[in-house]
Design a protein around this ligand. Sequence first.
Ligand code: MN
Length: 179
Amino acid sequence: MALEKYRRKRDFSRTPEPASRIGRPIKGADPEEPFFVVQEHHASRLHYDFRLEAEGVLKSWAIPKEPLQDPYVKRLAIETEDHPLEYGSFSGRIPEGEYGAGTVSIWDRGTYRNLMAKKRHPKTLAESMRDGHIEIFLKGKRMKGAFALVRTGEERGKAQWILVKMWDAYVRSSTARAA
Ligand code: MN
């Protein structure tokens, strides 16, 4: 693992360097199946924080409306800062006056596969993110199957993406598909 040497050389009871901010491997985790988490965050506005494990951190987006299994319903997803892996199991209350004040609960969690890794021009999740087109297969309790995240632009310095459910056996659509 990438940070093992780094860790072995240091005594974190003495150095203020971060021991776990980046890349702490999860015991028994399959490197082909990193994890994702969605946190329901009742901040000044309710939103869903969507996070994908990649490169030792959680790549993150804030989604103002609940993600659905419906390809006809596209969700805005605003890119936010990388979070430490440990954040993936965080739930609780962020006190008043702090950034993101409000309650956080785990809305969904599971593993995912990077579908771009199997394309003719394979890409890692991080490469796909830089190129603005991610395709993943989610194995959650609520979010299941293939999803795409496509970068559409930028607003107030924040990259805007669209989250779309791709057509597969996990689609739940209330909109009847035209024959
Ligand atoms: Mn949030």
